[in-house]
Design a protein around this ligand. Structure first.
Ligand SMILES: [Zn+2]
Length: 184
């Protein structure tokens, strides 16, 4: 995403959603920079901080990738990777273990950080700026994964059967394309 696009997100978000100052409550909030709003009344600055999220690449004993089907919007019904947002006061590794346990009932044995992908996430009427941290994980027994929480179904797919376009979120499509171009 370039600066013009970020500016656009900020402007759209401010026009539709953020009009009132969260500190003094006056309708005097305006876009100030590409990532901040400012209150014309009390001077409070509101930052559009990037929210951290984690994504897990888990394969079974046959090397097939564990794919989840999204149960809820955004992108309901599309393919996804296990994972989710990092909670307040939580490490990325804790978030990874928690999300994989919540969504699949699996325990993570090891997790190796690979890379990160910036993204946006539409929720309600707000566009959030996020960064997805990708981990290659080993699970105790991946084949025992069950669809729980916000997961509608669990699939195991060989590389040749994975179409990145089935994944509804742009950042996950990028992660999948990268996964498919890796060796092994
Ligand atoms: Zn104010």
């Amino acid at each position: 995403m370039n600066n013009d696009e970020i500016e656009q997100v900020c402007t759209n978000t401010s026009r539709e959603c953020f009009r009132y100052c969260p500190l003094c409550g006056a309708e005097t909030l305006y876009p100030n920079t590409h990532k901040t709003f400012k209150c014309g009344g009390c001077g409070f600055e509101f930052f559009l901080n990037t929210a951290a999220a984690v994504g897990a690449l888990i394969t079974d004993s046959e090397g097939r990738l564990l794919i989840t089907v999204r149960k809820a919007e955004p992108a309901k019904g599309t393919w996804d990777l296990p994972g989710g947002f990092v909670d307040v006061s939580e490490s990325a590794e804790q978030a990874l273990r928690r999300e994989v346990k919540e969504e699949l009932g699996l325990d993570i044995l090891s997790a190796d950080y690979l890379y990160s992908v910036p993204n946006t996430y539409e929720y309600g009427r707000v566009t959030y700026q996020t960064v997805d941290l990708v981990y290659r994980c080993e699970a105790a027994d991946a084949s025992k994964a069950q669809a729980c929480d916000d997961v509608a179904a669990v699939l195991f797919k060989r590389r040749e059967d994975i179409n990145p376009e089935r994944f509804g979120l742009a950042s996950v499509r990028k992660i999948i394309r990268r996964f498919l171009h890796e060796d092994g």
